[in-house]
Structure formats: C-alpha cells, structure tokens
Design a binder for this molecule. Structure first.
Ligand code: MN
Length: 238
C-alpha cells in the first residue's frame, strides 16, 4: 500500500461542531434551505434559576410522513422521528427513531428541502413551546434510555416519557394526567402553529416540485383518508 502524498487535504475538522457533526455531514448547505450547524451558547441558560428549554415538533413529508420531536439540551435540539406523530392517549405507544441532534435555529425552519437532498420534502412547524425535564438529570436519563418530561406547547401539553427499546429505537408515550386524551391531534390540529398554513400551502410557497406538492397535499388529509387508510389501500388494489 503506497502512502498518500503529504499535500493531500485532510478531512474537514468537524470537532468544533461537536454533536452537530452528523447534522453537518448529511447536508449540503449551498443547496438546502435548512440552517447551517451552529452550536448555541450553552451559557445562555446555564445561569438562570429556571431555564426555559425549547421544544418543537416538525411535520415532515420526506420519503415517508413523520413528525420530528426535538428537545433542547446542552445547546442542541435532540431529535426523534415519530412516524405516526405524538398521541396524547396513554394507551398508545408511538415508535420514535432517534436521529441526529439539530441546531437550535432549526426550530424556525418551515419550508421545502429540495428533491434528492437528505430529508427532501416539505417541513411544517406543527407545534412549539417549552419543555421541563421530570427526570432529575437529563444526560443520565438519556443514557439510561428513560426520559420523563412535561411539554407546554400549543397542541402538546402535560407529562410524557421517551423509553429506549434498543439502539436508536425509542417509544414515546403520554403519562396519565389532565392532558391525557384520545383525540387524534394530528388530524384535529393539522396546521402550522407559526403560519397557520397547511403542508401543501408551505410546499407551494416554497416552490416544491409537482411530486413534492402532491405528497404534501396527501399528508394534509387525516390518516383515515390518506395514504395508509383502508380506502387508499383499496384504491391501490383497483
Ligand atoms: Mn425529518
């Protein structure tokens, strides 16, 4: 094996991006409208008696429709992709695949990721607010794979838990409290909490491709009428 020439440029040093290195590596910031990786100052909340931590849930019609649940922790947004979206019914366990931590600026992002790019498709800010850990030590709770927390959003409220089953696979569940309900919030409250727009309206305004626009419009329909319904399955068979 011959040695490489010494002048060969080294791999980019991603160390300063810390936990955002994976976020950076997956995206081309001269193509995607998503924010470039930037670590928030951890000192921003460190000194406060009761720091308000941000949370956001982004409805994302990429390869498949899912809801990205993000919780602020140590200057980044920890992220889980929940295919069916959060359910306020304590009897319902929702699969939550842990994904790469995102920059804090991502909480403002609503728009279209171009076709062929990582996560290509339309993104809506479906819910937003603050969260409070109910586990005493968040880092330790994440390590143990059992994080209890309260959400104070426009749609999601009350006590929830994320439990790791294996690897990056977790379950998101509602605890029994005054906010527990069998309401399907993804169907009854489908619009953006910042722009009141539907996914299709966001797609149209951001210049989505015809295919992305069609997928966004289908994702606006309640699940019973949408792609995973019995009617749609029957339609596909016909
Ligand atoms: Mn996503």
């Amino acid at each position: 094996m011959s040695a490489r020439p010494r002048r060969e440029p080294a791999l980019p040093d991603l160390s300063k991006y810390g936990r955002l290195a994976e976020y950076r590596a997956k995206r081309r910031f001269d193509v995607t409208p998503e924010p470039p990786p930037r670590l928030a100052g951890v000192t921003k909340t460190a000194g406060k008696a009761s720091p308000k931590l941000e949370f956001v849930v982004q409805k994302h019609r990429a390869g498949h429709l899912h809801y990205d649940v993000r919780l602020e922790h140590a200057g980044v947004m920890l992220s889980w992709a929940v295919p069916k979206g959060p359910a306020p019914d304590p009897a319902v366990k929702r699969l939550a695949m842990q994904t790469e931590p995102h920059p804090m600026e991502y909480n403002q992002f609503e728009g279209v990721i171009p076709e062929g790019e990582y996560g290509g498709g339309t993104v809506m800010i479906w819910d937003r607010g603050t969260w409070t850990p109910e586990s005493p030590d968040v880092t330790r709770a994440l390590g143990k794979g059992d994080l209890k927390f309260r959400l104070d959003g426009r749609k999601l409220k009350g006590s929830w838990v994320l439990v790791r089953t294996h690897g990056r696979q977790w379950l998101l569940m509602k605890h029994r409290d005054a906010y527990a309900s069998t309401e399907d919030l993804t169907a009854t409250k489908p619009r953006s909490v910042v722009s009141r727009r539907t996914l299709a309206a966001i797609a149209r305004a951001a210049g989505a491709s015809p295919r992305q626009l069609e997928q966004a419009a289908a994702a606006d329909l309640p699940r019973e009428e949408g792609q995973s319904s019995t009617a749609a399955r029957r339609a596909r068979v016909r």
